[in-house]
Write a new protein. Structure first.
Lengths: 113, 115
């Protein structure tokens, strides 16, 4: 079954770029890749998602490998407010109304001032 | 504020009991998702409804059930509660389009403590 694998934790300096990796080697052709983050004492919030092409939005960029077996969330300039747990998630549309959402265990990102 | 509301905020109950958690999605959203977050298991997807119909099922126990009503609010029912059910339960909504590619908006969660 599909799953995502992420490092347990990462550290980065403030104002530097951060690259958060996710491995999803068992991804299927129609699975979307999502990233959410959870700030302390809050519910998760959407960061970005994509299917095959790299994606950019105001929060981050998502780089998807050509074979789609891995992806990287890029925060271009980390701030202290970006300290959170980042989840890499796959969503799969089921033809028989049996959709699936597969969560990774998340990467806890520490930002050093 | 995401626009998703969950009640109650906190719930304390005893083993063997049954509780109901309630979620109201953002205005216009047709999908509702339920998640469980415990210290040892992390964030786990339980179940999704779209416009009243079950669409996706995750690691939801048989003791748990959910439904989405015609006014689109949803309830998660947890029965025969065990100590291990103590967790933060999140509801999220998305829509109005069907499909899992939509951005989900999470509520503040209900903290359940089973004693």
């Amino acid at each position: 079954d599909a799953k995502t694998t992420q490092p347990n934790s990462m550290e980065s300096n403030e104002e530097e770029p951060v690259h958060l990796p996710c491995n999803h080697s068992t991804i299927s052709g129609t699975d979307y890749i999502h990233w959410y983050r959870q700030l302390p004492s809050q519910g998760p919030e959407y960061v970005i998602h994509g299917l095959t092409s790299n994606v950019n939005n105001r929060m981050a960029s998502l780089a998807i490998a050509e074979d789609r077996k891995s992806s990287t969330l890029i925060l271009h300039r980390a701030t202290l407010r970006d300290a959170a747990v980042y989840y890499c998630i796959l969503s799969r549309f089921g033809m028989n109304r049996d959709d699936k959402i597969i969560f990774g265990k998340g990467t806890r990102l520490h930002i050093l001032p | 504020d995401s626009g998703v509301t969950q009640t109650p905020k906190h719930l304390i109950t005893a083993t063997g009991q049954r509780v109901t958690l309630r979620c109201s999605p953002r205005s216009g959203d047709l999908s509702v998702y339920w998640y469980q977050q415990s210290l040892d298991q992390g964030l786990q997807f339980l179940i999704q409804y779209y416009n009243g119909e079950e669409r996706a099922k995750g690691n939801i126990l048989e003791r748990f059930s959910a439904q989405q009503f015609p006014d689109l609010h949803s309830e998660l029912n947890l029965s025969s509660l065990e100590l291990g059910d103590s967790a933060l339960y999140f509801c999220a909504s998305s829509g109005p389009l069907e499909g899992l590619a939509n951005e989900q908006f999470f509520g503040p969660g209900t903290r359940l403590t089973v004693l």
